[in-house]
Design a protein around this ligand. Structure first.
Ligand code: GTP
Length: 600
C-alpha cells in the first residue's frame, strides 16, 4: 500500500480520561474486532491492567478504514502506557507516529499528565487532534474544557471533537479527522533500512518480538539485521502486523508499523528506542533519542521460605524477558537471608512486579522499603552508587552524598494551593513556579527529593486534596544533601533490612515515629523487646514491646470451639508473613513501616 494511505497515531491522555475505551470503539467501528470478539478493552490485556484499570504495557493495532473520500486507509494505532513511570515508553511510541489524539475528560479538564503527554507529542512534532470525551455525563462541561485546552496548552480547540467513547457518539468524526489531519508517513523506500523499536515483548514460541515502525527502507523475512545500539545481528524469521493479534506478512514497507521475530532470546536484544538496520548496506546513523531505561526505585525482594529462592530467581528471569527495565541482582541480608535487589522505573512498576510475582508465580515475598540511588563521594576520591541503605559506607569515609531530585508538577483547585505547598515543603520541596490555568485551577511546580516522594507523598496529596490533585514528575538531576543512615535495632541487634537513609534533620523525628510504629507491629513475646533507632553509635529513639501476659485463647474459656478456631486461624494468617529474626518475629508490614509513619 502506498504510504499516502497510511496514518500512524497514538492516543494520549491523563489516566482514566478514556484512552482505552476510545481505542476499543475505534477497533469496533472499523470492524477490526467484531462486536462478538469485543471483550471490554481489548488493548489492555494483562489481568492486572484490567483490575487496576490502567494501561501498563502498550499494545498496537492495525485498523482498515474506508474514508469518506472513497479511499481505503491503514490506520496504525500505537497504544501508550498510562502511568508516569513509563514515560520513556510513551515517548518511544510517539516517536513512531505522525499524529496523536489528545483526549481530555469533559468533566475534569486538563490534568498534569495531559500536559506532560502534550509536551512529549510536541517534542516529536506530532499533529495533535484534541478530543473532548465523556460528553454523555451530566457533569460534562465541554466549553470550559475547550477553553482550557486553548489557554493552558495553547492548542487551537475550536474544532475539538466532542465524543463519548462509551456510547460511540462522535467516533466517525474521529476517524475522519485522523485521515484528514494526520500527515502520511514520509516516503523513503530506497534508503537503507531504519526501523524504530517502540516496544517489545516475549513470545514463548517466537522469542523476543520487537514492535517496530519502518522509518526508511523495507524489512523482509530472511533479511539479516543489526541492532544499532548493541551491534547484535540476527536473521529475520517473521514479519507481521497487529490485528491486534499478531498476523504474519511477507514484508513491512516504509511507513508501516508491525513486528519482527528473529529468534532473539531476550527482550534485552531488542531494546525499546533502538534502531534496526540491515547487516549489509546498513544505515550510517541510528534514529535519534535512544537511551537505556534507568531504574529510579530499588528494593529488596526476599522469599518468605528460603526454599523458594530458586523459584524467585526463575520468576524474575521470566519477567525480565519481557521487561528490560526490571533489574535484579542477588543480595544477602542477615535478617532476611538470600534474596534480590531489584530496580524499577517507579513505585507503580515496583508494585506491579511484586504483585505479578505473588499472583502469577505463587510466591510469598518479603519486600523491603524502597530506596533511591545515592551518589556517595568518599574521602579517598571515589564515588559509589548506593541503592541499599545497609551498604552505605561508614560515615567517617564519606565526603558528601548526593540525592536524586524530581521536578514535580501538581494541578489543583486554587483553594488547595496552601495544602499542597505545606505538604511539599514538609518534604523538603523547593518551590519553582505557580501558574493559574483558569479562574479555578492552579499548576504548581516543585523540585522534590525523590526519596521524599516515596514516603506517602502521593497518598497524602490525594487525600488532603480529596482526590483533586493530579501529579506528574520527572527526574531532574542530583543535589548534595546531609543524608545519614538510620539503623533499627531490635532486641539489641541491628536488622539490616530495616535500615533507611534519611535527611539528618529528619532523623530524630522519623526515628521516633518509626520505632513507635514498629512497636505496634512486632508481636509480643514472653519477654520485653526493645526497639531502637540509631544514627552511627547514637541511639535517637527507643520503644519497648511489652512482655506477653495472656495467650490468645485465654478469653475463650467457655469452650466455644468455632470462636477458638477463628482466633487460631487469625493468628495463623498473621504468621504467614513473618520473618524469624533471632527470637523475635518481624512481620512484612514492619519492613514497609517507614513509608507509612505519621510524624508528629
Ligand atoms: N460515561 C463515560 N465513561 C467513560 C467514557 N470513556 C471512558 N469512560 C470510563 O472512564 C473510565 C476510564 O476509562 P479508560 O478507557 O480505562 O481510561 P484510560 O485513559 O485508558 O486509562 P489508562 O489506561 O490508565 O490510561 C472507565 O471506567 C470507562 O468506562 C465516556 O465517554 N463516557
Amino acid at each position: 500500500m502506498a504510504t499516502k494511505y497510511i496514518r500512524n497515531f497514538s492516543i494520549i491522555a491523563h489516566i482514566d480520561h478514556g484512552k482505552s475505551t476510545l481505542a476499543d470503539r475505534l477497533l469496533e467501528r472499523t470492524g477490526t474486532v467484531s462486536q462478538r470478539e469485543m471483550e471490554e478493552q481489548v488493548l489492555d490485556t494483562m489481568d492486572l491492567e484490567r483490575e487496576r484499570g490502567i494501561t501498563i504495557k502498550a499494545q498496537s493495532a492495525r485498523l482498515v478504514y474506508d474514508a469518506k473520500d472513497g479511499h481505503q486507509y491503514t490506520l496504525n494505532l500505537i497504544d501508550t502506557p498510562g502511568h508516569v513511570d513509563f514515560n520513556y515508553e510513551v515517548s518511544r511510541s510517539l516517536a513512531a507516529c505522525e499524529g496523536a489524539l489528545l483526549i481530555v475528560d469533559a468533566t475534569q479538564g486538563v490534568e498534569a499528565q495531559t500536559l506532560a503527554n502534550v509536551y512529549l507529542a510536541l517534542e516529536h512534532d506530532l499533529e495533535i487532534i484534541p478530543i473532548i470525551n465523556k460528553i454523555d455525563l451530566p457533569s460534562a462541561d465541554p466549553e470550559r474544557v475547550r477553553r482550557e485546552i486553548e489557554d493552558v496548552i495553547g492548542l487551537d480547540a475550536e474544532n475539538a471533537i466532542l465524543v463519548s467513547a462509551k456510547t460511540g457518539q462522535g467516533i466517525d468524526d474521529v476517524l475522519e479527522a485522523i485521515v484528514r489531519y494526520i500527515p502520511a508517513p514520509e516516503e523513503a523506500p530506497q534508503k537503507p533500512l531504519r526501523a524504530l523499536i517502540f516496544d517489545s515483548h516475549f513470545d514463548a514460541y517466537k522469542g523476543a518480538i520487537a514492535n517496530i515502525r519502518i522509518m526508511e527502507g523495507t524489512l523482509r523475512a530472511g533479511q539479516k539485521i543489526r541492532m544499532m545500539a548493541t551491534g547484535k545481528e540476527f536473521e529475520v524469521i517473521e514479519t507481521g502486523v497487529f490485528l491486534p493479534q499478531m498476523h504474519k506478512v511477507a514484508a513491512l514497507e516504509c511507513g508501516s508499523v508491525g513486528y519482527l521475530a528473529a529468534g532473539m532470546k531476550n527482550v534485552r536484544d531488542c531494546r525499546v528506542g533502538d534502531t534496526v538496520t540491515t547487516a549489509t548496506h546498513s544505515a550510517q546513523t541510528p534514529l535519534p533519542g535512544y537511551r537505556k531505561a534507568v531504574p529510579m526505585v530499588y528494593c529488596g525482594l526476599y522469599p518468605l521460605e528460603t526454599n523458594e529462592y530458586d523459584a524467585l530467581r526463575d520468576a524474575l528471569e521470566k519477567l525480565h524477558l519481557n521487561d528490560a527495565a526490571l533489574l535484579f541482582e542477588p543480595e544477602t541480608s542477615t535478617a532476611l537471608g538470600f534474596g534480590f535487589r531489584c530496580g524499577f522505573l517507579g513505585l507503580l512498576h515496583m508494585d506491579v512486579i511484586r504483585e505479578r510475582l505473588e499472583r502469577e508465580y505463587g510466591l510469598s515475598l518479603i519486600t523491603t522499603a524502597p530506596s533511591v540511588n545515592y551518589h556517595v563521594y568518599c574521602t579517598d576520591g571515589t564515588m559509589v552508587t548506593v541503592d541499599n541503605p545497609s551498604l552505605m559506607p561508614d560515615m567517617s569515609k564519606i565526603e558528601r552524598i548526593e540525592e536524586p531530585l524530581v521536578k514535580t508538577s501538581i494541578i489543583v483547585p486554587k483553594d488547595m494551593v496552601g495544602t499542597v505547598m505545606e505538604i511539599s515543603q514538609n518534604r523538603r520541596g523547593q518551590y519553582v513556579t505557580m501558574d493559574y490555568l483558569d479562574e479555578t485551577r492552579v499548576s504548581l511546580v516543585y523540585n522534590l527529593p525523590l526519596c521524599e516522594i516515596l514516603y506517602d507523598y502521593f497518598d497524602t496529596l490525594k487525600s488532603a486534596t480529596r482526590g483533586y490533585a493530579s501529579v506528574d514528575y520527572a527526574l531532574n538531576g542530583y543535589q548534595v544533601s546531609p543524608m545519614v543512615k538510620m539503623d533499627i535495632l531490635i532486641n539489641g541487634e541491628t536488622v539490616d533490612a530495616l535500615s533507611v537513609i534519611v535527611h539528618r534533620e529528619f532523623a530524630a523525628r522519623r526515628g521516633r515515629a518509626l520505632v513507635e510504629k514498629l512497636r505496634g507491629l512486632i508481636p509480643r513475646q514472653l519477654f520485653q523487646i526493645p526497639i531502637q533507632a540509631a544514627v552511627g553509635n547514637k541511639i535517637i529513639a527507643r520503644e519497648n514491646v511489652a512482655a506477653l501476659r495472656k495467650d490468645v485463647l485465654a478469653k475463650c474459656y467457655g469452650g466455644d470451639i468455632s470462636r477458638k478456631r477463628k482466633l487460631l486461624e487469625k493468628q495463623k494468617a498473621g504468621k504467614k508473613r513473618m520473618k524469624q529474626f533471632g527470637t523475635v518475629e518481624i512481620p512484612q508490614e514492619a519492613f514497609m513501616a517507614v513509608l507509612k509513619v505519621e510524624e508528629s
